[in-house]
Design a protein around this ligand. Structure first.
Ligand SMILES: Cc1cc2nc3c(=O)[nH]c(=O)nc-3n(C[C@H](O)[C@H](O)[C@H](O)COP(=O)(O)OP(=O)(O)OC[C@H]3O[C@@H](n4cnc5c(N)ncnc54)[C@H](O)[C@@H]3O)c2cc1C
Ligand SMILES: *[C@@H]1O[C@H](CO)[C@@H](O)[C@H](O)[C@H]1NC(C)=O
Ligand SMILES: *[C@@H]1O[C@H](CO)[C@@H](O)[C@H](O)[C@H]1NC(C)=O
Ligand SMILES: *[C@@H]1O[C@H](CO)[C@@H](O)[C@H](O)[C@H]1NC(C)=O
Ligand SMILES: *[C@@H]1O[C@H](CO)[C@@H](O)[C@H](O)[C@H]1NC(C)=O
Ligand SMILES: *[C@@H]1O[C@H](CO)[C@@H](O)[C@H](O)[C@H]1NC(C)=O
Ligand SMILES: *[C@@H]1O[C@H](CO)[C@@H](O)[C@H](O)[C@H]1NC(C)=O
Ligand SMILES: *[C@@H]1O[C@H](CO)[C@@H](O)[C@H](O)[C@H]1NC(C)=O
Ligand SMILES: *[C@@H]1O[C@H](CO)[C@@H](O)[C@H](O)[C@H]1NC(C)=O
Length: 538
């Protein structure tokens, strides 16, 4: 490791100092903030220190992975919940001045908690209050502030139009800020691409506090924040998106098959049609291990969870032609409006009020999870699937789940370099595997993490190679991190090439221009190649 004076000093600082020094840094930061805010009363209303009674609830309300919610894991950063852009500008200025890092949090769903955890002293800027959405039905566009959730966006679109939708994720509490800037796959992505493919403008605050739009930031930076992740480049305030037509009624079905009902054959067969079938149809597949009701042994349950942008009458012939083995019948199909399908895929009961989409705290926070992703380019043979099932049986019932998300359609048509998200033609589907637990013991966590890593090992021979690609929004620190004092291109390219393939290099170039001093950084941020930032440790 490079042992410059500054890194020695910062080591000394970390070891000797502890909380008192940290409190001083925080106080300096707070003082700076009130000096540099247009209205210091207003700023004190949006700044939370551990002294404030609501501090913990603010900190925890957007921690979406129980793995990181213990007091031992969470540090106690100052949290700012800005109501106005000028408060963000002040926070950037004061963080730089006092050597604090910034973590930007929109919906808090980062798989590794990077929006609210950091090793060195830091501040969380939580965007929960900046979440307005304005829909222009005439032009089929919308401006969405980053603090909005997907549920709020879908709700607001449906309020204005029943025939406009947007291709983004299924979990309504996911935040627009992280999701759009990192990709955004959902149930109409085979028809319309991912969320980032449909961003047409954005507002960002750069490291110097300037507010830029598409025109003033330039096409390179605008390219980078559509899939390259926001956190490396600046502070995204809002996105302008293209809304897309959906029919008055769509059709959904969820067909469930166990091993006894030929699940393995069906999953195997699915791999030959999932990316090729009509792009109005997306058949997502969830696989879990269950206790078989028939013989008391473990079985596998495969759920074919699907959305068709059209009616049942059109869907049935399509399925009979392409995937007759599934045996889809009219009774399996339900017609509903697109917004009702959003509730359906989010797991709400039919008849539930659309208001649940605006509930920012629905879902469970205390569950811990680890997720990993892979891209599959050749069908996995049946015996490969069986080896995966064996590993699934090693986890408790309900603890682990595989998600098969089909690609093809529009996703195939877009060139790999169009935006940083590179997973296009050649991929049949993305495989996501997650494992969930509630126990707090480290040993329990370790055994689940190790299970996920073993599955990753098993899959090596079945998935994409050179690079073995992964989806950035399913962030996985197992793929490598920028170590303290070592954010070299070579090191970052270990994870960077997996997430971004050949787009990684251009991301580094953009980063080097827009944030040469590497102020916007985290464990997996794009490195700056500017020579002078390297003088500083992490
Ligand atoms: C339960 C669950 C369901 C999911 N479902 C899907 C799905 O269906 N499809 C899919 O594609 N993905 C899905 N994801 C993954 C999700 O897209 C990513 O976790 C996404 O990054 C979350 O965005 P966020 O704003 O909620 O997260 P945050 O944790 O707030 O942010 C994630 C990252 O983006 C940065 N960031 C956030 N806001 C900004 C900003 N304004 N400017 C700059 N940087 C910013 C953060 O610093 C952090 O590095 C899911 C995740 C979870 C936990
Ligand atoms: C930094 O990264 C490079 C490239 O991966 C590696 O060779 C080197 O050993 C690393 N240095 C430290 C101190 O981690
Ligand atoms: C938090 O407490 C400080 C005093 O410790 C106060 O100035 C500030 O207004 C409080 N913040 C909020 C949001 O209540
Ligand atoms: C928090 O409270 C303690 C005493 O209760 C006080 O000394 C300290 O200055 C306060 N910190 C902030 C940031 O308000
Ligand atoms: C639609 O877009 C055009 C051009 O950008 C703009 O002039 C017009 O005002 C927009 N329509 C509405 C209803 O805002
Ligand atoms: C399973 O597949 C076989 C043919 O491979 C078929 O005969 C049988 O009916 C199928 N079982 C079910 C439950 O669909
Ligand atoms: C599954 O079976 C095991 C062993 O018979 C039992 O301990 C467990 O509770 C069952 N789980 C569920 C979810 O039914
Ligand atoms: C939509 O589906 C509902 C419920 O099945 C049905 O009553 C209605 O006629 C359908 N509307 C259209 C336009 O197809
Ligand atoms: C949001 O959902 C949670 C969990 O389901 C529930 O406890 C809470 O009451 C809901 N909030 C509102 C405002 O409906």
């Amino acid at each position: 490791m490079k042992t410059s004076t500054s890194s020695l000093l910062s080591l000394l600082f970390l070891f000797s100092s502890s909380l008192a020094a940290l409190a001083n840094t925080h106080e300096d930061f707070l003082e700076c903030l009130s000096l540099h805010s247009q209205n210091s009363n207003a700023i004190s209303n949006v700044v939370y220190t551990p002294n404030n009674s609501s501090y913990s609830s603010i900190l925890l309300s957007s921690v979406r992975n129980g793995r990181f919610s213990s007091a031992a894991t969470l540090k106690h950063p100052v949290i700012v919940t800005p109501l106005h852009e000028s408060q963000i500008q002040a926070a950037i200025y004061c963080s730089r001045k006092h050597g604090l890092q910034i973590r930007i949090r929109s919906g808090g769903h980062d798989y590794e908690g990077l929006s609210y955890l950091a090793k060195s002293p830091f501040v969380i800027i939580d965007m929960r209050n900046l979440r307005s959405i304005s829909i222009d039905t005439q032009n089929s566009t919308a401006w969405v502030q980053v603090g909005a959730t997907l549920g709020e966006l879908y709700y607001t679109i449906a309020e204005k139009s029943s025939t406009l939708g947007f291709p983004a994720g299924v979990c309504p509490t996911v935040g627009v800020g992280g999701h759009f800037s990192g990709g955004g796959y959902g149930m109409i992505s085979r028809r319309y691409g991912i969320a980032a493919d449909n961003i047409i403008d954005a507002q960002i605050i750069d490291v110097n506090g300037r507010i830029l739009d598409r025109k003033s930031m330039g096409e390179d930076l605008f390219w980078a924040i559509r899939g390259g992740g926001g956190a490396s480049f600046g502070f995204i305030l809002s996105f302008k998106i293209r809304l897309l037509p959906v029919p008055q009624n769509v059709t959904v079905f969820n067909v469930v098959r166990t091993l006894e009902q030929n699940a393995t054959k069906l999953v195997h067969r699915w791999q030959y049609i999932a990316d090729k079938i009509d792009d109005k149809l997306l058949i997502r597949l969830f696989v879990r291990s269950i206790n078989s009701t028939s013989n008391g042994k473990r079985s596998i349950q495969a759920s074919f969870t699907s959305l068709f942008l059209g009616g049942t009458d059109e869907l049935l012939p399509l399925m009979h032609e392409s995937f007759p083995e599934l045996g889809l019948v009219k009774e399996d199909c339900i017609e509903m409006s697109w917004i009702e399908s959003v509730l359906y895929f989010a797991g709400f009961q039919s008849g539930e009020s659309l208001d649940v989409l605006r509930n920012r705290t629905s879902g469970i926070n205390e569950i811990s999870f680890k997720g990993k992703s892979d891209y599959v380019q050749k069908p996995i043979p049946e015996n490969g699937l069986e080896r995966i099932w064996d590993l699934l049986h090693e986890e408790d019932v309900g603890a682990a789940e595989l998600q098969f998300s089909p690609y093809g359609g529009r996703l195939n048509e877009i060139p790999e370099s169009d935006i940083p998200f590179p997973h296009r033609s050649g991929n049949i589907y993305m495989l996501h595997y997650g494992v969930f637990w509630v126990e707090e013991e480290t040993a329990v966590a370790e055994s689940h993490l190790s299970w996920a890593r073993r599955l990753y090992g098993l899959l090596a021979s079945y998935v994409s190679k050179s690079p073995r690609a992964a989806y950035f929004n399913y962030r996985d620190l197992d793929l490598g991190v920028n170590n303290k004092g070592n954010t070299s291109y070579t090191q970052a390219s270990i994870w960077g090439l997996r997430y971004f393939k050949n787009n990684f290099q251009r991301l580094v170039q953009v980063k080097t221009v827009v944030d040469p001093s590497n102020f916007f950084r985290n464990e997996q941020s794009i490195p700056s190649m500017s020579p002078w930032w390297k003088k500083r440790g992490d």
